[in-house]
Ligand binder design. Sequence first.
Ligand code: PHE
Length: 454
Amino acid sequence: MEEKQSIHGAWASRWIFILAATGSAVGLGNIWKFPYITGENGGGAFVLVYLLCILVVGVPIMMAEVLIGRHARKSPINAMHDVAISSGKSGLWSMVGWMGVLAGFFILSFYSVVAGWVLHYIAGMGVGDYAAISSDDAGKAFEGLLSNPQTLLIWHSVFIVMVMLVIAGGVEKGLENAVKFLMPALFVLLLVMLAYASQTSGFHAGWDFLFHFDPSQLSWESILVAMGHAFFTLSLGMGAIMAYGSYMPKKTAIGTAVITIALMDTVVALVAGLVIFPIVFTNGMDPGAGPGLMFVTLPVAFGQMPSGQIFGFVFFLLVGIAAWTSAISLLEPAAAWLVEKFGWHRIPACIVLGLIIWSIGIAALGSFNVIADVKLFGFTVFDFLDFITANIMLPLGGLFIALFTGWMVKRQISEDELAFSANAWYRAWYITIRYITPVAVAIIFVFNLLDTLK
Ligand code: PHE
């Protein structure tokens, strides 16, 4: 039988798939979001729940997404549809793909705003704006940026254009080289920062904050946030990994690839935490400072280091690249669908999608200034986009993907794709995706709901 191919192309090898998926997973979620939500949710207990979610929920669902994508070789909307039909089930399962596309729009529109902050800091570090800055001044500099809609708009627009350029170019060129050199470079620089942080007086306090388990810190909401973050950081529940799976070579073992990706993602997040919290405690800052945490702690640290401005410049540059390699995977499912459905070229597809996301992003960046008073369910637009995607849409998408793969998809398909048919690993995955993963996600949802209704 001839092997099915995607019309969009294919990754050159298993390593390229692993790098691309790691590029998608490792992003602002790891370096910006993980430390600040850990700070807001009290530290160690939150980290433990997050790690459990990666293992019990994230890894099995990532395998499910990859196998569906690779089996269908189409964009997530069509992949869900085709796999449902060939398993004798309703084509309406494509709705999961639709929800994913919407989630991708929402995420990218606020993600681009934060990536814009990163671009601003790259420029600022480049011209020496933060040399020897105090923690007070670093806080003021960040607030100054947020209060300035023009500056935010410029950087947001630049970032959206950067994303459109890569997606317009297609899967095979561009991405591969970026990821191959830049991810390892980011890793090395994080280790340099870790070496610095380990010398600060707050290192122990930072370490304890991350790893000291204090169950009294846990609420149902913080458990939901931890699970939501597991989805967010692994790029799950919206089709990004499914789309990348559809370009994956047939012979690659899905299980080991997925574990490699999850492991790299987790290590980057933990190291980022071990860099940021010691700086927080050394300088008497507040770990619960919220979205600005990375942007006020790191400039202070770079300000104190020899050659700190150069390190700072390179560091923010790499964070920007990590954001970039994640952002493209947010757009790819929708772009691939437009190409499949209407036979469009990628360029018009990108322009249409880019404009939609750019517009939603304007509302998100206004949340920090002109429309700060506009609230949706008590959230600013920015917080709302973040909350409903990470804590509701992604887990819900993931829940449906788990139920679909575990209960609807013909067993033959998952056995073939995972290629460890009938052995113990397959059985372990199968039981997890049928029972454990959906039950875990459902419990967290239900208890959280009961808790808010109380
Ligand atoms: N995983 C990315 C990060 O941690 C964000 C992302 C979410 C990317 C969902 C794609 C899909 O920054």
